[in-house]
Design a protein around this ligand. Structure first.
Ligand SMILES: [Zn+2]
Length: 320
């Protein structure tokens, strides 16, 4: 060990003793688990809680997702309940600071854990999702909750996966003075519910749209997802709230998601046609426009794991 390193270590030890902190990264204490949810008004009666563009971690507690609520004359409509019991409790407190009206409806846009693990806090109201979403929540909720606990620790304590109770299909639904159009799509998962508020023109796109955050693909069908994005392009809206990333007032988040998915599709297909091993594909260079997006490298690696075998199978079929 060099003298300089020893001096450094001795210095750190002294500093640690002086500060009384020891040589460990301090864990977030139970009393300080505050998601600091700050609802942002994006249209009349319409508030969004913007999550961090990060992965689940012990510092963010899973606050990586956009959730939202709409205050109608009859009560509050919640769109996605967040990653944990604690998040949803703090969401309800945040709602109560804005309106005395009760929460009367919760929608889950799809079955991924960051969008529904708060459902247990809404046992007193209708929780609503597409049938495919409810099936996915029942099938995978337990594994999701375990995984999220492994990644985010104490924040997730006491979180039980509770599937939505009330299946819904496409159509319109009048709640108080707000009329919502429910649009049933798929591609990010087997059931992706898009909700358009026909009065305010806000479109809640769920995880069909990521904005400056790399898309996740564990249950994706890229071809169905691209078709769903075409459907979204045909819908008029004033404000689009993506599942992750900043809301937008134009088509740029849809376009970014489309370009990324098209690139993934062609890159994996071409690699499969070249007969590359998965380990080689992982080394592919990301185009500059995507390389700069938070989590692009990590999500690309996951997407290769999720999707590459499928592309290999397709090219093998072609060769036979
Ligand atoms: Zn998500």
């Amino acid at each position: 060990m060099s003298a300089a390193l020893l001096r450094n270590l001795a210095g750190s030890a002294f500093l640690a003793l002086f500060l009384g902190v020891g040589f460990y990264v301090p864990q977030v204490r139970a009393g300080s688990l505050d998601y600091q949810l700050a609802p942002r008004l994006v249209a009349e009666d319409t508030w969004v809680l913007i999550g961090k563009r990060e992965d689940f971690s012990r510092s963010n507690g899973g606050n990586i997702v956009n959730t939202a609520f709409v205050v109608t004359t009859d009560g509050v409509v919640v769109i996605d309940s967040g990653p944990s019991r604690l998040y949803a409790e703090q969401m309800r407190s945040a709602i109560a600071r804005i309106t005395p009206k009760p929460v009367i409806r919760v929608f889950n846009t799809h079955h991924h854990p960051d969008h529904f693990l708060g459902n247990q806090v809404f046992a007193d109201v209708s929780t609503t999702a597409l049938a495919e979403t409810i099936a996915g929540q029942r099938r995978e909720g337990g594994a999701f909750a375990d995984n999220v606990y492994r990644l985010s620790g104490d924040w997730i304590k006491g979180t039980e996966p509770v599937a939505a109770r009330d299946p819904v299909g496409p159509g319109t639904l009048l709640i108080g003075d707000h009329r919502f159009e429910l649009i049933a799509l798929s591609g990010h998962t087997e059931g992706d519910l898009v909700i358009r508020d026909l009065g305010t023109g806000v479109l809640f796109a769920g995880d069909l749209v990521f904005h400056n955050r790399a898309p996740t693909t564990p249950h994706a069908s890229i071809s169905q997802w691209l078709a769903a994005l075409d459907r979204l392009d045909a819908i008029t809206y004033r404000t689009m709230v993506p599942g992750h990333g900043e809301p937008v007032s134009d088509g740029r988040a849809v376009e970014q998601t489309r370009r990324y998915l098209r690139w993934i599709e062609s890159a994996l297909l071409q690699a499969a046609e070249r007969g590359e091993e998965m380990s080689e594909v992982l080394g592919l260079e990301l185009p500059k426009e995507f390389a700069e997006i938070p989590l692009a490298r990590e999500e690309f690696a996951r997407s290769v794991a999720h999707l590459y075998r499928g592309y290999e199978a397709t090219t093998l079929r072609h060769r036979r």
